[in-house]
Design a protein around this ligand. Structure first.
Ligand SMILES: [Zn+2]
Length: 151
């Protein structure tokens, strides 16, 4: 099936792959088993399902993006620092404000480290409403609802 270039799209297995979107994100983690357990608990709350395991680690599929884990080199002493070059944070889309509140409640019950409870962030855009939390390596994650997409 021909895939469009720049502005095209193609449908694979009922999912439309669109230029201008992210296909997958792989995160390097210090303890693959620990982080697999974390993301197995959290990602289903955000609309993802565990789809497969590849040699590098597990993969979860969302509506239009996959997220995978890979183990850090055992000799690596690097600790995640979102103010060093690299990933600052990763934001997942919520369908409405109530979903942000619901996921926050579930995260609290799972004992997950909440960085910032649900709040409005009008400085980002009108109606921006988000909760921030951390994965086991301290990678900042966000679940955000925005009523409008930038035009
Ligand atoms: Zn964000």
């Amino acid at each position: 099936m021909p895939c469009g270039w720049r502005t095209g799209s193609a449908t694979h297995g009922g999912v439309t792959l669109v230029a201008g979107s992210i296909h997958h994100i792989d995160i390097t983690v210090s303890d693959l088993d620990r982080s697999t357990g974390f993301y197995d608990r959290v990602l289903p709350l955000l609309g993802f399902r565990r789809s497969q395991n590849v040699p590098e680690g597990p993969i979860w599929a969302g509506a239009h993006v996959e997220l995978g884990l890979a183990a850090a080199r055992p000799t690596s002493r690097h600790v995640h620092d979102r103010y060093a070059p690299g990933l600052h944070h990763l934001a997942f889309a919520a369908p409405d404000r109530a979903a942000v509140d619901h996921v926050h409640d579930r995260l609290v019950r799972l004992g997950i480290h909440i960085l910032d409870a649900p709040a409005d962030y009008p400085q980002y855009s009108a109606g921006y409403y988000a909760v921030f939390f951390a994965d086991p390596d301290g990678i900042k994650l966000e679940y955000v609802f925005t009523p409008h997409w930038p035009t």
